[in-house]
Design a protein around this ligand. Sequence first.
Ligand code: HEC
Ligand code: HEC
Ligand code: HEC
Ligand code: HEC
Length: 202
Amino acid sequence: MQQQTTKDKRIFTHQQLGFISSKLLIGIVLGIIIWGGFNWSMEVANTESYCLSCHEMQGNSFDELQETVHYSNRTGVRASCPDCHVPKEWTHKVVQKISAAMRELPAHWNGKLDTEEKFEQHRLEMAMSEWKRMTKNGSKECKNCHDNQSMDFTKQEPRSSIQHEEAAKTGKSCIECHKGIAHHLPKGWKEAVKQLEMEKEK
Ligand code: HEC
Ligand code: HEC
Ligand code: HEC
Ligand code: HEC
């Protein structure tokens, strides 16, 4: 009788346990494959060639970048599209990549930017969206390469160092003063920036 109850108390038999652990193993292996695949596709989708697969057709973004020091300079350190447009930290990156894909893929299929004219038409709206994003996150992407603390103000021209010391105090972010460092500025940008600043003060 005693024997019977102990047996009943066992939640799983040996056979069941074996079945469960083999399922668990398959689950873990599958998990690793899916996880790896997910991270791999994140990596692929974070390369300049991926960005250019769409953004080269419209010409502008890449051609314009090539005219700047962020593409070619004395020391050969260069910034690629994701360096400035995609956060480095994993969670932020995933959130931004997924939301970008949800917006950019349908817009691409609808041909939103498929000619230079269309690109120019939407340019101000796109630039504003980047300015807002970079203002909100304190221009994180810029700071991945340019460290406030490492900037030697004494080596900068006074017009830079005065502004930077001021910015360090007020917490102004890079993009608030440095617009159009990688691409041409859209028509009507000054008015748009004034509007952004007014919104920020509110
Ligand atoms: C499948 C095509 C496609 C790919 C790949 C792509 N983009 Fe885009 N991108 C678009 C389209 C279309 C828009 C316009 C979306 C809109 O405004 O609704 C856009 C807009 C943008 C904007 C404007 C900002 C904004 O919020 O609208 C930036 C910046 C940008 N892309 C950067 C990138 C970078 C960096 C990459 C690579 C990591 C990339 N894109 C990959 C199609 C693409
Ligand atoms: C991948 C690294 C990297 C990122 C990201 C980056 N920069 Fe730079 N930046 C550089 C390098 C390298 C130079 C050129 C240094 C030199 O003169 O050799 C430079 C130069 C500059 C200059 C001097 C421009 C000039 O015309 O002389 C400014 C201003 C600047 N960056 C602002 C920014 C801002 C604002 C961002 C964010 C939107 C940013 N950078 C993002 C690496 C980077
Ligand atoms: C309050 C406005 C302001 C802010 C905020 C600001 N800058 Fe500047 N910065 C300037 C001005 C003005 C200059 C000099 C004019 C120019 O070259 O554009 C300058 C020049 C520079 C230069 C060139 C320095 C040299 O001596 O060649 C770099 C690099 C730079 N800024 C990077 C940054 C980065 C990165 C940030 C954010 C951490 C930032 N700046 C924030 C106003 C600002
Ligand atoms: C050094 C930083 C930097 C790099 C590198 C960079 N961008 Fe940008 N990008 C910006 C900033 C800042 C803006 C916001 C508008 C402005 O200030 O010019 C912007 C705006 C854009 C826009 C909106 C339209 C526009 O012209 O304003 C698109 C699309 C874009 N970038 C795509 C790209 C692609 C594609 C690459 C790679 C070929 C790239 N960017 C490389 C900083 C960068």
